[in-house]
Design a protein around this ligand. Structure first.
Ligand code: PLP
Length: 403
């Protein structure tokens, strides 16, 4: 048989797919190859900065493995984890039963399942700008379009409701709400959350409530959005990744709200979930342990995050030409640097990487305009290290802006 030498063609959807948080690592590796040490502030993984997974979660996974729970589970997850997640939602004011909960490979898989189940090709999803980039990445895969709605750094990074309204068309299906927010660290007041629910309701939209940072608000856990209106079509998400310090386990859960309007979506999500068999089995036992066991590690973690957030905002605001809204939750800040004419956020971030070996992610990787000059910092390093890093950011920024 004749053999062709032609390279294998790849699908066009890959051209539309970007994920700046990881893509930019390729640039960092090049800098490392020149002998420079790179300090990675690009990825929100607490384990990489010495925050350890609580031992009782590790014990639960180990026990599950030793007890022989190494086979496939039911595709929606083991009953006890679904029940624990449902009970946790109920305790937080969301009336949801275990049969409406799925255990997923992190929030990420739950997001992909819901968007795939609900949104057809050519339809639109309202996504915040800046956004966590998984949303736009999934939309690229399923052939749907993001409609970026503004969240305003001059207004504590709150969503601009009029802008959202102006974007809604007859193709809009879903409103994504990330609260507490990555990359901005914002928390939305109840009035804003209610207004978002009302807006979604008036246009028949489903809300995807991404609440992976809900327990990492510095003043204590933020209730799920669905607790404000149990009849609204809201799908709520969380995971072990952030507040339980186990991102590599890929263990998350989603609750499809109790509104009967979501019954079809729930069935569609379960149908898709069957196709991937299950999320990692032993880790599902840790979901039960996390949601029914000791959470005292979160108290210390929140305190450490608050200290780092305050340090970050103070140091950034002290740099001429830089402004930073103080985060209220999680471990991200999104400062803005006034760029010299013609420069982009990527010029700034890559310049910082090459000059100082500090890796942040440019705002345009999260959907902001390149000339706006936003960049995201992950501030999980120790305050001492952060201070040294911010000295370098300060020095570089002054030079960059005056060049
Ligand atoms: C807002 C947001 N949603 C979802 C995720 C993905 O979380 P998981 O590890 O649970 O898939 C992240 C991870 O950084 C995130 O920041």
């Amino acid at each position: 048989m004749a053999v062709t030498a032609a390279a294998i063609r790849t699908a066009q959807r890959v051209d539309r797919f970007t994920y700046a948080i990881r893509n930019i690592v390729a640039e960092a590796r090049k800098v490392e190859a020149t002998g420079t040490t790179v300090r990675y502030l690009n990825i929100g993984d607490p384990n990489q900065f010495g925050f350890l997974t609580p031992p009782h979660l590790i014990a639960a996974v180990e026990k599950a493995m030793r007890d022989g729970h190494n086979g496939y589970t039911a595709s929606a997850g083991i009953a006890e984890a679904r029940e624990a997640a449902a009970a946790d939602f109920v305790a937080r004011g969301v009336n949801v039963s275990a049969d409406r909960v799925l255990i997923t490979s992190g929030t990420s898989e739950g997001i992909e399942l819901a968007l795939t189940a609900i949104v057809d090709e050519g339809e639109e999803v309202l996504v915040p700008s800046p956004t966590y980039p998984l949303y736009t990445a999934v939309l690229a895969k399923i052939g749907a379009r993001p409609a970026y709605y503004r969240t305003d750094h001059n207004n504590e990074w709150l969503p601009d409701l009029d802008h959202i309204k102006s974007l809604i068309t007859n193709k809009t299906r879903v409103l994504v709400v990330i609260d507490p927010n990555n990359p901005t660290g914002a928390i939305y007041p109840d009035a804003m959350r209610k207004a978002l629910i009302a807006l979604a309701e008036s246009h028949g939209l489903v809300i995807l409530a991404d609440e992976v940072y809900g327990d990492l608000a510095y003043d204590g856990p933020v209730p799920p959005m669905a607790a404000l209106d149990n009849d609204a079509p809201i799908i709520s998400y969380s995971s072990l990744s952030k507040a339980y310090l186990a991102p590599g386990w890929r263990a998350g859960w989603m609750a499809v709200g109790s509104s009967p309007r979501l019954d079809g979506a729930l069935a569609a999500i379960k149908k898709l979930a069957d196709g991937r068999l299950c999320s990692p089995g032993p880790m599902q036992y840790a979901v039960t342990a996390a949601l029914t066991g000791d959470r005292s590690h979160q108290v210390a973690f929140r305190q450490q995050l608050r200290e780092r957030a305050e340090l970050t905002a103070t140091r950034m605001n002290a740099i001429p030409g830089v402004s930073c809204v103080a985060p209220k939750s999680a471990f991200y800040a999104m400062p803005k640097v006034d760029l010299p004419p013609g420069k982009t956020d990527a010029d700034y971030v890559l310049g910082l990487l090459r000059a100082k070996g500090i890796l942040c992610v440019y705002g345009s990787g999260f959907g902001t305009a390149p000339e706006e000059g936003f960049f995201r910092i992950v501030f999980l390093a120790s305050p001492r290290e952060l201070n040294a890093i911010y000295d370098d950011v300060d020095e570089f920024t002054r030079a960059f802006r005056s060049a």
